[in-house]
Write a protein that binds this ligand. Structure first.
Ligand SMILES: *[C@@H]1O[C@H](CO)[C@@H](O)[C@H](O)[C@H]1NC(C)=O
Ligand SMILES: *[C@@H]1O[C@H](CO)[C@@H](O)[C@H](O)[C@H]1NC(C)=O
Ligand SMILES: *[C@@H]1O[C@H](CO)[C@@H](O)[C@H](O)[C@H]1NC(C)=O
Length: 373
């Protein structure tokens, strides 16, 4: 069970003179992994993107222009951009996202209507002082069936809090392959622990990227368009160098290769307020003086205080019966397996590594596995 409470943006920064507001998903996730080293992390850029789209829907003036740029969906009007956004959504991702506005401000009926139509959710006015935040936390806890608790820290709120965004997304990946207990090395502690590892064999997209000094393996799973990408440092202590150079990660230059990859089963849940990481990559105006003229009539300047994000991911052996198409997929793998004569390139995720869930080159989830629980 993965529960993710955020959305990512994936945008290319095209140097176009003075203003360059766009950033890449990798820049954003780099900020998060670099600031919190040596712990298990997962974030969901797709959820962060949804939160920004919810703001965009209520935005006017410069804020609208900034978010249109950041979201970078085609279209001239807000309606066209939102339709393009809607078409790009992957129904397999379960993302819950909601905007809360301080009580005393009423939400415009037109915003409510669009929020319902694009996100299937009502925006709400509520008390955002420290007690009021409990209601927000209860809402996300019930929506995530108890997985996400106390996401918004009441101490972060004060009586001036005006807008907060809360979102959660969930995803799970099940693989059906041999598993065995093996060592996982914790280089910072100079020791190893035993973990259950799964061996996945097939013709997968692979590349060794020397700037990262890491192996990149992308393998599709299930009967979807999604792939799991493992980014595994060549050396046991290579995670630091990999993270420092993460912006150079290139998911397009991968070539098919026969790979036998061993990876641990894992489950990660991670909560983080994404407001600061977004400011760090240049999304500033929505946190300064946002123009939210299509959200509420109030003349008062609203502030967006928090973008509370919680994500979780589980990668495990497939349980129960697989569907017919999954069986045929496995059959191909089994017959490949019989052709033992062609040796497979071995990649073992037995040291801290990074991972992503991608659709094409779009990063839906990104994280680090640093230590088995
Ligand atoms: C906010 O945006 C609207 C257009 O959507 C514009 O008419 C208004 O002047 C803007 N307000 C400010 C303070 O810039
Ligand atoms: C895979 O992607 C194609 C093209 O984007 C889409 O039409 C199809 O519905 C997707 N399949 C699944 C299972 O998501
Ligand atoms: C894949 O790697 C595992 C672990 O090294 C090994 O036990 C297994 O035999 C390999 N499978 C194939 C088909 O090479």
């Amino acid at each position: 069970m993965l529960r993710i409470v955020w959305i990512l943006l994936f945008l290319n920064c095209i140097p176009d003179g003075v203003f360059c507001r766009k950033f890449t998903t990798l820049q954003l996730v780099s900020k998060v992994v670099l600031e919190h080293s040596d712990i298990n992390i997962v974030v969901c850029p797709a959820a962060i993107e949804m939160a920004l789209a919810q703001i965009y829907l209520g935005a006017g003036g410069e804020t609208e222009a900034e978010l249109k740029d950041v979201l970078s969906y085609p279209g001239k009007s807000k309606y066209q951009v939102m339709e393009a956004y809607r078409r790009a959504q992957n129904p397999q991702l379960k993302i819950i996202s909601r905007l809360f506005l301080s009580s005393g401000f009423s939400i415009l009926p037109a915003y409510q209507k669009m929020s319902k139509s694009y996100f299937n959710i009502d925006a709400e006015s509520t008390d955002l002082s420290d007690q009021g935040v409990n209601k927000v936390n209860q809402w996300i806890t019930s929506k995530t069936k108890g997985e996400v608790v106390d996401l918004v820290d009441p101490f972060m709120m004060d009586d001036t809090a005006k807008v907060i965004l809360v979102n959660a997304a969930s995803y799970e990946a099940f693989l059906k392959f041999n598993s065995a207990e093996r060592n996982f090395y914790l280089p910072n502690e100079k020791r190893s622990v035993r973990v259950k590892m799964m061996d996945v064999l097939g013709n997968f997209k692979y590349n060794f990227q020397s700037k990262l000094d890491s192996h990149i393996v992308a393998f599709p799973y299930g009967n979807s368009n999604l792939s799991m990408v493992m980014i595994v440092p060549r050396t046991f202590r290579g995670i630091g160098n990999l993270e420092d150079n993460l912006e150079h990660l290139d998911l397009q230059q991968l070539k098919l290769k026969r790979v036998n990859i061993s990876l641990p089963k894992f489950k990660i849940k991670y909560d983080q307020d994404m407001a600061q990481p977004l400011v760090d990559v240049g999304v500033k105006s929505i946190f300064n003086h946002p123009n939210l003229t299509h959200l509420t009539k109030s003349k008062e300047i609203l502030r967006i205080d928090s973008l509370a994000h919680s994500a979780s991911i589980e990668v495990n052996e497939r349980r129960g019966r697989s569907s017919a198409s999954e069986d045929s997929e496995l059959e191909i793998l089994r017959s490949r397996r019989r052709r033992r004569s062609r040796s497979a390139f071995k990649v073992t995720c037995n040291r801290p590594f990074l991972f992503a869930v991608v659709q094409g080159t779009k990063i839906l989830f990104f994280g680090r596995f640093s230590r088995p629980e």
